[in-house]
Design a protein around this ligand. Structure first.
Ligand code: 5GP
Length: 118
């Protein structure tokens, strides 16, 4: 699947659409989801153009991959949820119900989240 530069996360990265930022570095941007599904619901996205986790891990540099996953951990620390715990999820493709075609992980926290899938 080709990367679509008009997707909403590309627009957020370009500063065309505002976001409530939690963390940003050279590799990633973390911001609150506009439609939270948990008391804390944050999205972490790489700064490069990747559609999915398989695209990202196949085509990004080792530095970009390490930087992205470090940013996920930093986001959890900044949210103060390391002790209480949290969940990281990457919806992928049609069966994964991915709505935005820019690779992202959801970080859910702030309450006991229950079983993984209902
Ligand atoms: P997906 O289903 O692709 O894994 O999740 C996309 C997520 O992006 C959804 O949880 C949705 O609420 C969130 N989202 C969509 N548009 C925006 C937006 O403009 N700003 C923010 N902060 N989140 C968005």
């Amino acid at each position: 699947m080709a990367y679509d530069r008009s997707n909403i996360f590309a627009r957020i990265l370009r500063g065309e659409v505002p976001c409530k930022r939690v963390h940003e570095d050279d590799y990633a941007l973390a911001f609150h989801d506009i439609n939270p599904l948990a008391p804390l619901h944050v999205l972490v996205i790489p700064k490069g153009e990747y559609v999915s986790i398989d695209d990202f891990t196949a085509t990004a540099s080792a530095e970009a991959i390490a930087g992205f996953f470090r940013a996920v951990g930093e986001t959890a620390r900044r949210l103060g949820v390391v002790e209480s715990g949290y969940r990281v999820l990457a919806n992928t493709g049609a069966h994964g119900h991915q709505e935005v075609p820019h690779f992202h992980v959801h970080l859910f926290a702030g309450a006991a989240l229950g079983p993984m899938l209902k």
